[in-house]
Design a protein around this ligand. Structure first.
Ligand SMILES: Cc1ncc(COP(=O)(O)O)c(C=O)c1O
Length: 388
């Protein structure tokens, strides 16, 4: 109440006011024409967001549901897939694939590292029966951006489908599905799209559709071939979360107004701003090089209780940041800057972090750390975007 809440978490993120207003609209029936018209409009805009000519299917589930849908529609029991993992969500691919009865090959890297594309090429040459490669575009548990475009150059030469979890990448950093030749791209509503949790989006390439048509999926709820037919009619197979679709329409309108390139530019500028502020505070970004554009992870100085720190920042300043996961719990802070967030939210976040850390462990930040952060933001806005 005394402070405005600022969600600097890597999902869920703040809702844009236009999205909030749309979410509260009156209910309409999901099988009637007014809803179908919305779905057709949304379909066109989703094509621009995913940069694809293929249908993009909304599924009523969190992002993991779409990961499950990809695995159960593209592969048969006993198929061999390669999971390249360097964090919690890479592990999730492995868990889903094993649960689904697939034979799983893994390439595992320390948390915080990016997947070397050449290792994928080597493994595909060693085991040409690998039917798919499952990766993240952005590994949210560490803040790493994996080299998806380069990996896809390799998978396109093989018969392995490239299945990409873009849950913290779509609408945040470039991930053009058709141009990069991705076979499956997934996102969730609660990250770059500025929506509440509960909706996932998935699209398949032509060759992935060919594969899906030959797989008799054992998953009744997620049957993508049937879902695609419904999407063409402006519907979903089961009762649609109508309000989330309203919200999605509003969010996509915001994307259209700003232009995808400018959204990416903003994300890049916020990333540079946060990294510069963190360094000028005397802290160390966890990921030195291949960092994602929607969050910045940093290592806490020894002796700091990460959970207590984040609780204090939230209670005293109304700023919510995420901690580390699994073995990094307590040691890492993940500052989310995706979706409906801007430079002023990050100034507040960086300030709150500095205040609590200087009190707790005598952290001595450079006095102009916020100015340095803003300068980095302004510079990044006007510089060419890096090639991914
Ligand atoms: C990269 C990535 N993959 C998968 C997930 C899981 O998504 P959900 O929690 O929506 O099921 C997340 C959520 O944080 C994520 O960031």
């Amino acid at each position: 109440m005394l402070n405005k809440q600022r969600l600097l978490t890597p999902g869920p993120t703040e809702l844009a006011p236009q999205v909030k207003a749309a979410l509260g609209r009156d209910m309409i029936h999901h099988r009637k024409q007014p809803f179908q018209e919305i779905m057709h409009r949304v379909q066109q805009e989703l094509g621009l967001l995913f940069c694809t000519e293929q249908p993009v299917m909304p599924l009523a589930c969190s992002g993991t549901g779409a990961m499950q849908a990809a695995v159960s529609n593209l592969f048969r029991h006993g198929d061999k897939v390669l999971v390249a993992k360097a964090g919690k969500f890479g592990q999730r691919w492995e868990d889903i694939a094993r649960t689904q009865g697939l034979e799983v090959e893994t390439l595992a890297y320390p948390w915080g590292e990016a997947i070397p594309p050449e290792d994928i090429g080597d493994r595909l040459r060693e085991k040409p029966d690998i039917a798919g490669v499952l990766i993240q575009a952005s590994e949210t548990s560490t803040g790493v951006l994996h080299p998806v475009e380069e990996i896809s150059r390799i998978t396109r030469e093989s018969h392995a489908l490239l299945v990409v979890d873009g849950i913290s990448a779509v609408g945040i950093s470039p991930c053009p599905m058709d141009r990069w030749g991705l076979d499956c791209l997934i996102t969730g509503s609660q990250k770059g799209l500025m929506l509440p949790p509960g909706l996932a989006l998935i699209s398949l390439s032509e060759r992935a559709w060919d594969r899906a048509e030959g797989v008799d999926t054992d998953c009744f709820y997620f049957d993508l071939t049937k879902e695609r037919d419904k999407v063409r009619e402006g519907q979903t197979r089961f009762t649609t979360p109508v309000n989330l679709i309203y919200g999605l329409e509003a969010a996509l309108e915001l994307f259209k107004e700003a232009g995808l390139e400018r959204i990416h530019r903003k994300q890049w500028a916020l990333t540079q701003m946060t990294r510069s502020g963190v360094r000028a505070m005397g802290l160390k970004p966890f990921v030195p090089e291949h960092y994602t554009w929607g969050l910045t992870s940093l290592l806490l100085p020894d002796g700091v209780d990460g959970k207590a720190l984040l609780d204090r920042i939230a209670t005293e300043y109304g700023v919510y940041m995420a901690g580390g996961q699994e073995h990094l719990k307590g040691h890492l802070v993940r500052i989310g800057h995706m979706g409906y967030v801007d430079w002023s939210d990050l100034l507040a976040g960086l300030f709150a972090l500095r205040e609590v850390l200087s009190r707790e462990v005598g952290l001595s930040a450079e006095p102009d750390f916020l100015e340095q952060a803003m300068e980095a933001y302004n510079r990044a806005w006007h510089a060419p975007l890096p090639h991914l």
